[in-house]
Ligand binder design. Structure first.
Ligand SMILES: Nc1ncnc2c1ncn2[C@@H]1O[C@H](COP(=O)(O)OP(=O)(O)O)[C@@H](O)[C@H]1O
Ligand SMILES: O=C(O)C1=C[C@@H](OP(=O)(O)O)[C@@H](O)[C@H](O)C1
Ligand SMILES: [Mg+2]
Length: 174
């Protein structure tokens, strides 16, 4: 039985790599954000707006525990998932955890064009975005560092790079 959790900051490639890995290997893929959106029939942005971040984190934990019961699955978490409650310990007990490690400069480049649907970043200027990324990473690193594995995910720009990342991930978790 295989249960793998991908963790890491927003834009580190959890969704991208998870989807590609699943397509290549047939391992079932669950993106926790998509799972929450489907279960609640609402977008992550709407859930943040309606419940505030605290309300979202409670919901996220509940959904993590649901998805955490699935077998033979690769779960891409949200960037904040490991950093609330005992979620990181829960994941380490329940499966393999892989931290997608990406430097702030690369995260900035990706998130600059992909911030709209991320409520914690949506209205930030470039300067604010870089500031938010560096200070959040500092706070979150102690949680991310509890992962069993650390995976360099800085090269996810082309199909070839994604293919290589899928192979590397396969070697890591098998
Ligand atoms: N060439 C690219 N390759 C991969 N991601 C890119 C690229 N350009 C921009 N991005 C953005 O970077 C983000 C990285 O991936 P995603 O898989 O969504 O990360 P996560 O799920 O960890 O937040 C995506 O939102 C994507 O839109
Ligand atoms: O880092 C965070 O706190 C968040 C990350 C998002 O997921 P991605 O990491 O997939 O963007 C999503 O769960 C929400 O916007 C909050
Ligand atoms: Mg994602």
């Amino acid at each position: 039985m295989k249960r793998v959790f991908l963790i890491g900051y927003m834009g580190s490639g959890k969704t991208t790599l998870g989807k590609a890995y699943s397509a290549a290997t047939g391992l079932q893929f669950v993106d926790l954000d998509w799972y929450i959106e489907e279960r609640m029939h609402k977008s992550i942005s709407d859930l943040f707006a309606e419940r505030g971040e605290d309300g979202f984190r409670l919901l996220e934990q509940k959904m993590l525990h649901e998805a955490g019961e699935f077998e033979n699955v690769l779960i891409a978490c949200g960037g904040g998932t490991p950093c609330f409650f005992d979620n990181m310990d829960y994941m380490n007990h329940t499966g393999e955890t892989v931290f997608l490690d990406v430097c702030p400069e690369v995260l900035f480049r990706r998130l600059k064009i992909a911030k709209a649907k991320r409520p914690l970043l949506a209205n930030k200027t470039d300067e604010e975005l870089m500031q938010v990324i560096t200070s959040a990473l500092e706070k979150r690193l102690p949680y991310y560092s509890k992962a069993k594995w650390r995976f360099n995910a800085e090269e996810l720009e082309s199909y070839a790079q994604i293919d290589r990342a899928v192979s590397r991930l396969n070697e890591l978790i098998n």
